[in-house]
Design a protein around this ligand. Structure first.
Ligand code: NAP
Length: 291
């Protein structure tokens, strides 16, 4: 029996083709602003990828780089400016933020109409309430995971799902999205007793722990669908590499699994740009209503 590699590249291309088409219909290019605080290397790489992908599909970007030691109130002042800036359709604050800044407090200052990462409590609340309307932005990574599962026809309705990780930006929203698709969801974390008893029972397993090698082949169910969200930078033979949480090489012999890199990463970027185009469409619709 061979199993599917759940590559994120093809579903991401599908999303990007649709975005490009929608972006062309607008009277001006959508604009995504990106705030980057500090010099954290992985963030610089992710931001570069977002800028390149946006440009490919006709979305403009502007980057606001702030020094590591910036005070929270200065970051919030920039957010307030971007909330008022008419040429900016949506913006994100690249995470992680330096420890002295309270990320949740920062997210709450973002205008929910411009919150294309979907981190504002209003957008998060809508995920919880299953209100995926034209005024909301679902968080990009969980949306990307859903897109991968749909693209490869993973049967979600009635499935036993295990989500490893309970963060606000990945674990909790993806668990809610899967619940809304009628899965029976267990959410595991570091205090879970006997993690393997949950993962082994899962028809769909989403791993977002940031713990390389956490999920091994003997912890997964034969034929399951496994999405590895984890991205950890490690030095292998002196080279900087990105690895996931799942032992892909062995797990793929037993189940369908997304790779790292090339799985959730490209999907996250595509869903962020999709939210930006949606924000531009909504912006235009609001302007038309006023005039
Ligand atoms: P996070 O805030 O650090 O949360 C990690 C979660 O995993 C926590 O809930 C933690 O449990 C749980 N966990 C860690 N080790 C565990 C273990 N041994 N057993 C069971 N649970 C464990 O991380 P995050 O922001 O959700 O990100 C998770 C991973 O996804 C990271 O590697 C991140 O880089 C990656 N990521 C990738 C993308 C992408 O686009 N590809 C996007 C976002 C995040 P506790 O709550 O008990 O501490």
């Amino acid at each position: 029996m061979t199993y599917k590699t759940l590559s994120g590249k093809e579903p991401a291309e599908e999303v990007l083709r649709d975005i490009e088409h929608r972006a062309k219909k607008l009277h001006r290019k959508p604009m995504l602003a990106i705030i980057v605080v500090g010099e954290y290397k992985p963030s610089q790489i992710y931001v570069k990828r977002k800028i390149e992908t946006a440009a490919r599909v006709g979305v403009d970007t502007e980057v606001h780089r702030l020094p590591e030691e910036i005070e929270e109130k200065e970051l919030i002042a920039l957010i307030e400016r971007l909330n008022q800036d008419k040429k900016v359709d949506g913006y994100i604050v690249q995470t992680p933020l330096p420890k002295h800044i309270n990320a949740q407090r920062v997210f709450e200052k973002i205008d929910p109409h411009k919150d294309v990462d979907g981190f504002h409590p209003r957008n998060m609340g809508k995920v919880l309430l299953n209100i995926f309307d034209e005024n909301m932005f679902p968080p990009a990574t969980p949306s990307g995971v859903m897109k991968i599962l749909h693209y490869y026809n993973a049967p979600i309705d009635g499935a036993n799902v295990c989500v490893v990780g309970r963060s606000n930006i990945v674990g909790k929203p993806i668990a809610m999205m899967l619940l809304h698709h009628n899965a029976t969801v267990s959410i595991c974390h570091t205090r879970t007793r006997d993690l393997a008893s949950y993962t082994k029972n899962a028809d769909i397993l989403v791993v977002a722990a940031g713990n390389p090698g956490l999920v091994k082949a003997d912890m997964v169910k034969e034929g399951a669908y496994i999405v590895d969200v984890g991205t950890t930078r490690v030095l292998i033979d002196g080279k900087d590499k990105v690895v996931g949480d799942v032992d892909f090489e062995n797990v793929i012999k037993k189940a369908n699994c997304s790779p790292v890199p090339g799985g959730v990463g490209p999907m996250t970027v595509a869903m962020l740009i999709a939210n930006t185009v949606k924000a531009a469409e909504q912006n235009l619709a609001r302007l038309n209503k006023k005039s």
